[in-house]
Design a binder for this molecule. Structure first.
Ligand SMILES: [Zn+2]
Length: 340
C-alpha cells in the first residue's frame, strides 16, 4: 500500500539519524499535507475504515484495542497504554505534574499559553515494549518507529487538534524519554508560537516535511532540546556536567546547533542543556527578551537578537562551565530514575 512507501522513507531517515535529535524526541508537527492525507486514506481504504480528517485519531489497526487502558492524570494530561499498572500510572502522573509545576515556576507561564495555541492537553500513548511500539506506532500514528518516541504537536492553532506523545515502556517498566517529551509539550504551548514548522530549525525531513525550514542560523534547537533536558532533569545531568569541562563549544556556536548539520547527540542534548541552563540561570534578562520574541512568533527578531549578542557571552559561558565542572555533582529528588 502507498502508506508503506512513506513509512519506509521515514524509517530511513530515522535510521540515518539514530542518535540525532529528531528521532529521539523533538517536538514535531503532524502535517495535514496532501501526502499525509493520501497515505492515510490509502491505508484506511485497505482496511475498509471510514476516514476522518483528524489524523492521529484515525483508527488503523485498532489503536483503542491495542492501547486499551485509559487513565486521566489531570485536565492537561491523559494516558493511554497497553499495560501500565495502576501504580505506574500514578507514578507517571506524579512525575509529570511535578515537571509541569516546575516549568511554570521557572517561566511564570501558568494559564498563559501563547496565542492561537489550542493544545490544552496532551495524550501520552505508551506501548508495552519497544517491540510493540515498532509493531503498531507507525500504523497508529503515521510516524517513524526507529526511535525513542516522538512528540506530535500537530497544528496547535486548529480546533480539534490533539497533541500526542508516543513511546514505550522500558524493560524495567519505566517510560522512555517521558519527562523530556512532556517539556516539549509545555515549551511548545507556553514559549514558542506556532507549530514545529514555524520554529527555527534545518529539518526538511518526514514526517513534517516542513516546506520552508529556516534558511539560516541561529536556530532554536539548542533551546528546545536544552530546556527539555533542564526542566526534566534539573541540576542532575552527570553527562553534561562531565562534558562541561571540555569546553568544546562556545555559546555562540551552540546557538547554531542544527538537526541536519552542526548536530550530534552530545551537542544537541548535553550541550543544549548547558546553553539553556546558562541562559536561564546567568542571563535571565536576555533570555526573557528572547522569549518575548519566540512567544509572539517574531522569529526574525529572535535571530537578530542572537546575532547581536554574537560572541559577547562566550567568555562568561566558558567561565561558568569551569565553575560547574569544579562543583560537586548535585542530585535533585525529582529526577526519578525509574521513569527516565
Ligand atoms: Zn527532545
Amino acid at each position: 500500500m502507498s502508506g508503506e512507501t512513506e513509512l519506509s522513507t521515514m524509517n530511513q531517515f530515522a535510521a540515518a539519524g539514530t542518535l540525532a535529535c529528531r528521532d529521539v524526541c523533538v517536538a514535531i508537527s503532524l502535517l495535514l499535507s496532501l501526502g499525509f492525507l493520501a497515505a492515510t486514506q490509502a491505508v484506511a481504504a485497505e482496511v475498509h475504515t471510514a476516514v476522518e480528517v483528524k489524523p492521529v485519531a484515525v483508527e488503523l489497526g485498532g489503536t483503542d484495542q491495542v492501547l486499551s487502558r485509559g487513565y486521566r492524570c489531570s485536565a492537561t494530561l491523559d494516558l493511554r497504554s497497553q499495560a501500565l499498572s495502576p501504580q505506574q500510572e500514578q507514578a507517571i502522573c506524579q512525575e509529570l505534574a511535578d515537571i509541569e509545576a516546575r516549568f511554570h515556576r521557572v517561566f511564570g507561564t501558568e494559564g498563559k499559553p501563547v496565542k492561537h495555541d489550542l493544545n490544552n492537553s496532551l495524550r501520552a500513548n505508551i506501548y508495552a515494549s519497544a517491540d510493540e511500539f515498532i509493531r503498531y506506532a507507525g500504523a497508529h500514528f503515521n510516524m517513524p518507529t526507529n526511535n525513542g518516541g516522538m512528540y506530535l504537536e500537530g497544528l496547535p492553532e486548529q480546533t480539534g487538534n490533539r497533541a500526542e506523545f508516543v513511546a514505550n515502556q522500558n524493560k524495567d517498566g519505566s517510560v522512555r524519554n517521558l519527562g523530556h517529551e512532556y517539556v516539549h509539550y509545555l515549551d511548545g504551548r507556553f514559549n514558542l508560537y506556532g507549530d514545529f514548522c514555524a520554529n527555527l530549525h534545518d529539518s526538511h525531513e518526514p514526517p513534517e516535511n516542513c516546506a520552508k525550514p529556516a534558511p539560516q542560523t541561529p536556530y532554536l534547537i539548542w533551546w528546545t532540546e536544552g530546556v527539555a533536558e533542564y526542566i526534566a532533569r534539573g541540576a542532575d545531568h552527570p553527562r553534561a556536567l562531565k562534558l562541561a569541562g571540555s569546553k568544546v563549544f562556545s555559546l555562540s556556536q551552540l546557538f547554531d546547533t542544527g538537526y541536519m548539520s552542526n548536530s550530534g547527540d552530545e551537542r544537541v542534548y548535553a550541550w543544549g542543556y548547558l546553553a539553556a541552563r546558562f541562559m536561564l540561570e546567568q542571563q535571565r534578562p536576555r533570555l526573557e527578551q528572547m522569549l518575548s520574541f519566540t512567544r509572539s512568533g517574531d522569529y526574525p527578531r529572535y535571530q537578530a537578537l542572537l546575532r547581536g549578542w554574537g560572541s559577547s557571552l562566550d567568555a562568561e559561558f566558558a567561565k561558568w562551565l569551569e565553575s560547574l565542572n569544579s562543583a560537586p555533582t548535585q542530585t535533585q529528588p525529582h529526577t526519578q530514575t525509574a521513569l527516565k
